[in-house]
Structures are given as C-alpha cells and as structure tokens.
Design a protein around this ligand. Structure first.
Ligand SMILES: NC(=O)c1ccc[n+]([C@@H]2O[C@H](COP(=O)([O-])OP(=O)(O)OC[C@H]3O[C@@H](n4cnc5c(N)ncnc54)[C@H](OP(=O)(O)O)[C@@H]3O)[C@@H](O)[C@H]2O)c1
Length: 272
C-alpha cells in the first residue's frame, strides 16, 4: 500500500503499547516509514525518549509522543486515552507481553502468572474497549494484538503465557468479525522466535535448528503489510509452515511439540 493510502486508512497517528525496544520499536519504525506519527508507550521514560529520538532521526518529518504507563495498571487505558485525546489515532498496537523464562506452573511465583494475565488479557481488553469507539468514530483504522506461536496449543513450562496468548488470538478474531463492517482491521500477530532484548535477556537458548529466528523489524513489516488481509498473521515463511503443521495435527501432539520447544529454549528437563 502506498504511504499516502496507509496514512489515510491507518494514520495519521498510531499508539504502540510496549514500544521502547524489540518488536514494538520495530512497529514504531515501520509505522513512521509509512508516514504515520507514533505514540510510544512503556514504563521507562529514559528508554522511551531514546526510542522516540531514534524513530524521529530515522524518519525525518515524523513526530512522536511518549507516554509513561504500566500496561498492567487498571488505569492504563484512561492514561493513554487522556494523553492522546488531541490526536487522530487510527491504529492501536498492543505489543508488550513477552514471557521471561520457563518452569513448572506450580513452582513459579503466582504473581508472575497473574502479571501475564494482566499484561496479555486484561491490558488488551482495557485498551481495546477504550480505543475501539475512537476508531469507530473515524470509520477506519486498525487494532493489532501480539500473540505467539506458543498459543497454538497448550505449552508446558510456559503454560500461562501460552494460555494468555491464545486469549489474544480469540479476542482479535472476535473483534475482527464485529469491526470489519465498520472499516476497522483487527489482526493478531502469531510471532515465532524473534531476536528482541526481552527474549535474549531471558536466558533463552534459541537453537537455529529448532527456531527460525526473525528480526523485530521484519515481524513488524510483515504485520503492517498484511493489515486488512485477515485476522491472523504468522510472520515468516518457516513460521507459517510450522503453524500450518501444528494446526493440522491433534492438539495433544501439538502441545507436546511446543513443549519440546520451551524445554530446549529454557534448558529444562524433558516433560514429553
Ligand atoms: N521475542 C519473541 O521471540 C516473541 C515470540 C512470539 C511472540 N512475541 C510477542 O511479541 C511481543 C513483543 O515481544 P518482545 O520480545 O519485543 O518483548 P516485550 O517484553 O513483550 O516488549 C518490550 C516492550 O514492552 C514494554 N513493556 C513490557 N512490559 C510492559 C508493561 N507492563 N507496561 C508497559 N510497557 C511494557 C517494554 O518496555 P519497559 O520494560 O521499559 O516497560 C518494551 O518497550 C510480546 O507480546 C511477545 O509475547 C515475542
């Protein structure tokens, strides 16, 4: 899509929730490259300012705004809405949501599991509920929720993460059905392993024989290129092959294969 068409459909402003590094920063760059100004949201002002400077320098003429907010806070949607109420926001991308390690559910702190529920379920519901009326009022736009290959079936060692990411797929699909007739494209991005600071900092071992690792900006580029083409985007050809295969086999088998992936990633004892 030409930049001017992209801006008129999905701009002039976009909100990226979780934008100071990784795939979210990739989205900010890719949006700016398409002529869209970007609101970057995350918890750390210094990192946000650095990310905003990076986006503005790489894309002369583009504007950014930073909003410091914790996506697990009950007030987050109100905070972001208030901080952007003077902007014509055409796209909302709920990006943050990574898992930061693996282990048996009952041996990991309950707070870590509840954090993922807040970040990946409550946060997207709060933000979508607040912003969908704004998108509807303009009659065009996009809502993007990040999911993961880990969501395709239940996944041992990252059970809560996998479950919350399945929530995001279903939420996006349901909202897509409701909003498509009103000009709003809803998409969930079922990403595979991506070389982000969160993944690399989690101690994950990403064996290239097992995972086709993508770069954050590649994921963002494919997602934005695919807006409007359907509710689920799996970035990367190898990931699309894996996704298709996992969905073609019995769920129990898919759970086993995904669990083998998390076992290898976090160097844990085999469960299956
Ligand atoms: N990397 C992968 O291999 C991979 C694979 C599949 C799916 N995904 C999905 O892709 C998305 C992005 O992943 P990622 O690896 O780039 O890392 P991420 O940790 O999900 O995202 C990093 C960004 O989100 C911000 N953030 C994290 N927690 C936040 C919170 N509670 N409130 C506000 N901002 C928050 C971070 O800044 P602050 O920490 O400063 O707030 C940073 O800007 C996630 O939804 C993840 O599940 C990633």
């Amino acid at each position: 899509m030409a930049a001017e068409d992209f801006v008129s459909r999905y701009g002039p402003w976009a909100v990226v929730a979780g934008a100071s590094n990784g795939i979210g920063l990739g989205f900010a760059h890719q949006l700016a490259a398409r002529g869209v100004d970007v609101v970057l949201v995350s918890r750390n002002r210094e990192a946000l300012d650095a990310a905003a400077d990076e986006v503005e320098s790489a894309h002369p003429g583009r504007a950014t705004r930073v909003v410091v907010a914790d996506l697990t806070s009950p007030e987050v949607a109100e905070v972001i809405d208030d901080a952007t109420d003077d902007l014509d926001v055409g796209t909302v991308i709920y990006n943050a949501g990574a898992e930061h390690g693996g282990g048996l559910f009952h041996e990991r702190p309950l707070d870590d599991a509840l954090f993922l529920v807040d970040l990946n379920c409550r946060g997207p519901v709060l933000l979508a509920h607040r912003f969908v009326p704004r998108l509807l009022a303009r009659g065009a736009g996009a809502l993007v929720l990040m999911s993961s290959m880990a969501a395709v079936a239940g996944n041992g060692y990252v059970a809560t993460y996998s479950a919350t990411k399945a929530f995001d797929i279903n939420l996006a699909e349901g909202l897509g059905v409701e909003l498509r007739p009103h000009g709003i494209d809803v998409m969930t991005v079922v990403a595979g392993a991506t070389a982000t600071p969160s993944l690399l900092g989690s101690g994950a071992r990403v064996d290239p024989d097992m995972f086709a690792v993508m770069q954050p900006e590649e994921v963002a580029r494919e997602a934005l290129d695919a807006l409007g083409s359907g509710p689920v985007l799996v970035p990367g050809e190898a990931n699309r092959g894996a996704y298709g295969y996992l969905r073609s086999i019995p769920r129990e088998e898919a759970s086993g294969l995904l669990t083998q992936g998390s076992t290898a990633m976090y160097g844990l004892p085999p469960l299956v």
